[in-house]
Design a protein around this ligand. Structure first.
Ligand SMILES: Nc1ncnc2c1ncn2[C@@H]1O[C@H](COP(=O)(O)OP(=O)(O)O)[C@@H](O)[C@H]1O
Ligand SMILES: [Mg+2]
Length: 247
């Protein structure tokens, strides 16, 4: 996926906010690309534009003409009246539950297994923990067989241990599925845990890029190599002004 010269501004009351000012980004179709930035820097805006949920003022998001995208938001956004299984199948447009489609059933079994939801197919979202709900959302996005997964701080609402577990599971799922993932977060540690490439979004563009392609998973965040990169990122991000101080 190639994002070129992406511009987006919003009018809020009498004020015009330029959120993205000619952003360029290449998203690898097999690796995890992490966009890291402070709250309010435009991460969600970037993801919504990439997903086609909103129109850019200028610029383009290019990928194969039949490339499909699955989006995962910060909240699971499951249908509360549907079971986990039916939620997962929802995006496929074939919501008949089990029995009719053998291939679909097999895919559902695979997804339940992959996301650790085996045995919860008939549960309702309200009966699941936050982490499990987010796994169901991930399974639902995968059911649609997307080429890219766009993830908007999907683990930000989870407690530290669940979040860390989910990051590990995402890596496992990524290993199995090999999708291109565009993941946005404000957490430096999360970026260093999962990113093949980490890009800092500030002042409306991708300002700095870190290639972590040669550091294997699972990552040891306390290693000297990652410590050095983290120091660089912290220094870079500290240079930026306070939230809401964008010109
Ligand atoms: N629909 C909208 N209308 C007006 N302003 C918006 C809208 N969406 C986002 N913004 C503004 O754009 C800026 C970036 O928002 P957002 O992309 O949500 O940031 P992030 O996800 O990095 O926290 C914020 O200042 C926000 O108030
Ligand atoms: Mg956001």
């Amino acid at each position: 996926m190639r994002i070129r010269d992406l511009c987006k501004e919003y009018q809020v009351a009498a004020k015009r906010i330029e959120v993205l000012k000619g952003l360029n980004l290449d998203v690898d179709n097999h690796g995890i690309t992490v966009v890291l930035g402070r709250s309010g820097c435009g991460k969600t805006t970037l993801l919504r534009l990439a997903a086609g949920l909103e129109q850019a003022d200028r610029g383009s998001v290019e990928m194969g003409s039949d490339a499909k995208m699955g989006v995962i938001f910060q909240e699971p956004r499951l249908m509360p009246w549907l079971t986990v299984g039916d939620n997962i199948l929802f995006g496929t447009g074939k919501r008949q539950g089990r029995g009719r489609h053998r291939v679909l059933n097999r895919h559902l079994d695979y997804l339940l297994d992959l996301t650790g939801l085996k045995g919860f197919e008939d549960a309702y979202p309200s009966q699941l923990s936050g982490g499990m709900q987010q796994r169901a959302a991930l399974a639902r996005a995968l059911a649609y067989k997307p080429d890219y997964l766009l993830m908007d701080e999907p683990f930000a609402a989870l407690d530290y241990f669940t979040r860390s577990q989910m990051q590990k599971e995402l890596l496992k799922i990524h290993q199995a599925e090999q999708k291109g993932i565009l993941f946005v977060t404000h957490s430096i540690d999360e970026a260093l845990t999962i990113g093949k490439k980490v890009v800092i979004l500030e002042d409306g563009g991708c300002r700095k890029e870190y290639d972590l392609g040669d550091i294997p998973y699972p990552r040891d965040l306390l290693s000297e190599k990652i410590g050095k990169i983290k120091k660089g990122i912290v220094e870079e991000m500290e240079k930026t002004g306070e939230i809401g101080m964008l010109p």
